[in-house]
Write a protein that binds this ligand. Structure first.
Ligand SMILES: [Zn+2]
Length: 283
């Protein structure tokens, strides 16, 4: 039978799945990301072979960290230093003889959340809050792209923040005061000296306040109908965390109607499911 393959190539793990024409996952595999490009590529191809299980691949989609050239499929994920200027599209199309599409993981996650949660919001903003922070914005179900194909970086905005350890606020992009540096997994480790799952209720309160201020800016600038938030930190903080952030957003949002705000419905599979959506024939 014909199958569609989705890849989620992350900084800590790589997930691969084969799906049928309706997007139902038939088989899946995962492994830890290594520090070697060759090893990662070998693992990816071995996992594809395994999940395809002799079926015929009709299309492939992939999610990976930026920056990248989505049209040429050349990738240089920031958190995977061994991957620099890798012509992934050309490599995969010649190896597997099928169309291959790759995009920034947060764009792919936005597509996954939209398609597989049957959303209809005209202006939909998806945020990923995990090791880093990013987002994807869909207008009428289509990705919004910046000039020259650039990807809007919603995590790298400055906000009015609360922090019990301000000297530890330092963003990996080089700026000292980004939202990502305050509320992402890496930022949380720098500020609080522990992972998100070990935070106290008071520390969660601070992070929810900061997320709320970021949501306020995003809601003011994009005026979206719906914001959904996924990724490990968001899932770990849960419903209470999102509600607190939403309350802060609403208290500070004056000129545009408040968007609906909710946790992702797809948990840790959002980017993988989005990659499958990209592999399928476009609706
Ligand atoms: Zn930054």
């Amino acid at each position: 039978m014909a199958v569609f393959v989705g890849l989620d190539i992350g900084g800590t793990k790589i997930m691969v799945a084969a799906a049928d024409r309706e997007g139902n996952i038939l088989r899946r595999a995962r492994t830890a990301t290594s520090t070697s490009l060759d090893e990662d590529l070998t693992n990816i191809n071995t996992m594809i072979d395994k999940v395809v299980d002799g079926d015929r691949i009709v299309g492939m989609g992939a999610a990976i960290g930026g920056p990248l050239d989505w049209e040429k499929g050349i990738v240089s994920p920031l958190h995977q230093p061994a991957w620099r200027n890798i012509p992934l599209k050309t490599m995969m199309e010649s190896k597997w003889d099928c169309p291959f599409q790759v995009d920034v993981d947060t764009n792919v996650a936005a597509v996954g959340e939209y398609r597989w949660s049957d959303l209809t919001a005209k202006r939909f903003l998806y945020l990923t809050l995990s090791t880093g922070m990013g987002g994807g914005f869909l207008v009428d179900g289509k990705l919004y792209r910046g000039q020259a194909g650039s990807h809007p970086e919603v995590g790298h905005q400055s906000i009015h923040f609360r922090c019990s350890n301000p000297p530890a606020v330092q963003c990996e992009c080089g700026a000292p005061d980004c939202l990502e540096a305050l509320i992402s997994g890496n930022g949380i480790r720098r500020i609080y000296g522990k992972p998100a799952e070990a935070l106290s209720p008071e520390e969660w309160e601070e992070i929810a306040y900061n997320l709320g201020q970021g949501l306020r800016n995003l809601a003011t600038l994009y005026a979206p109908d719906l914001i959904r938030i996924g990724g490990g930190v968001a899932v770990g903080g849960g419903e209470m965390f999102i509600r607190k952030a939403q309350t802060v957003m609403e208290a500070h949002l004056k000129l545009v109607p408040p968007p609906q705000v909710a946790l992702s419905g797809l948990g840790y599979d959002t980017a993988l499911r989005g990659a499958i959506a990209m592999a399928l024939p476009q609706l």
